[in-house]
Design a protein around this ligand. Sequence first.
Ligand SMILES: [Zn+2]
Length: 587
Amino acid sequence: MTRRTKLWLLFVVIWLAVLSIRIPVWSQPSIYETIREAHRLLEQIDEPSHQTIASIAQARLDRPRAIDVTHYHLQIELTPDPPRLAGAVTIEGRATAPVEAIQIDAYENLIIDAVRSDGIALPFQRTADRIILGLPHALSTGESFTITVDYHGVPVTSGVLGGGMLVARHGAVYVMANLSEPYAAPTWWPCIDHPSDKATIDIEAVVPRAYVVASNGVLERVEPVGNRKTRYVWREEYPIATYLVSVAATNYVQFEESYIALDGRTTMPLVYYVYPEHLAAAQQKFPVTRSAMEIFAPLFGEYPFLAEKYGMVEFPWGGAMEHQTMTSMGDRIVHLGDLTVQDFISHELAHQWWGDWVTLATWHDIWLNEGFATYSEVLFFERFYGWDPGELMDRSYDDHRAFGRMGGTVYAEDLENPFDDHGAIYTKGAWVLHMLRHILGEREFFAMLKDYGRRFAFANASTEDFQRVCEDHYGAPMDWFFQQWIFAPGRPIYHVEWEVMPTETSDDYTVLLSVEQVQPQRIPGRPEELERVYIMPIDITLHYDDGSSETRVIWNDARRQEFTFVVPRPPTRIGFDEGHWVLKEVR
Ligand SMILES: [Zn+2]
């Protein structure tokens, strides 16, 4: 072999190595398609509940908000064969207004053995989805209480709520793990099930001896219970919403790596619990988590649960669920392609900020979880591979149809199934952030995101709260933006025409651009003359024959509007939002 050949081979080897690390867009024309399919898969199976019971949803609406839970102590025994649950929940809280009865959510598959307070049994009334406790004396505002509920039951494994404590087998071994979002937590543990009532929680789970339990927060200890069982004690000291509380148990094997915080000193474990037969695949696929963490922390603010950990645990479901500090990953995900796994990992990790740290105020606001996590996929791909975010949004997150799969409203109108219109809450929700990014500008947009996180840290935010933060960074009211993009269905449909004419008084040329909006939908909250008008700044790019171009911004706020530009030479082509910063259909 000659020296030249060796050098040439060395070059090829290095180039192949580079290719395997970073996949350039041009080398794989199907990348946009792959990401499109990956996200679609995520959206479809990330949609937890098809058959939410109306009465449960109704309960979310009419709950008297007179109780604030501060801490839960959940003791639960999981028996897989036959599937059984048994446990005790101690609820500590206080009254935020005078209270005569406390209502605790507990679905009818749970049999309530007793309700106790200070060692005294309390009388209670049972409904299909609640326990109503008569108190020995009414609680006055600010008065605290401690109540323990003893219960047992058969897990609701599927169908009824689309979630609950799932029981399945991988090979010959059982796995039990929950999926509670949005309303299924009370099918496996009694609680005050509203996302706005966060509390800390200690979880003690007793399982068959060969099982390992993965859960929220920090693992305090593992201890034998007789000869045949083991108790795992986990403690979550950050406030957590009930739908994010999670217990997963099977013969998991564990591996971990560590994340170095933004301060350059603090380290935090990244812990992965997988089926033994998936260990090799997971060891290959999961480490991208650290890269995603290193991408998100500078953008959103430090990982919110730094004193504990971030983990992922396999569970018997198709999708993934962002349980606080311990995401549950469907047990088939590890076998999917790299880009698809990266899509899931980045989406669920981003939920730790958007969903877990800042939690939706009501299920109407689910886009604040899902739109944010979806746009975070794009932020991850943008920074990990160096891809253009507009190109990604256009090619992987758009069907280019005004009333296609993203044709609904971003605001979830139907509380019986807030995930119903998933194209709108996930993908159109992501477009809302993408558009805000261009309107606010790069610096201000990311400053706004961090500010939003800080203001609602470990608490809850509504769509209105988010709008206020955007307005503070925009420096003016943004009703015009939120009305059309959050509360109206569809998107604008534009007709665009242009012509170039020499000016009469100089050597310059006049470009006449006419923009017409032809979409039929009304925008709520608008005066009549603007009720069918999308108000948006739009980039117009003038291209010249020498290959140069310039971009000007028009403020489009009428159904039919003309814009003129005076230019020194005639453009050969005009681009209408060619950076893909506006969700639209152009006809
Ligand atoms: Zn999600």
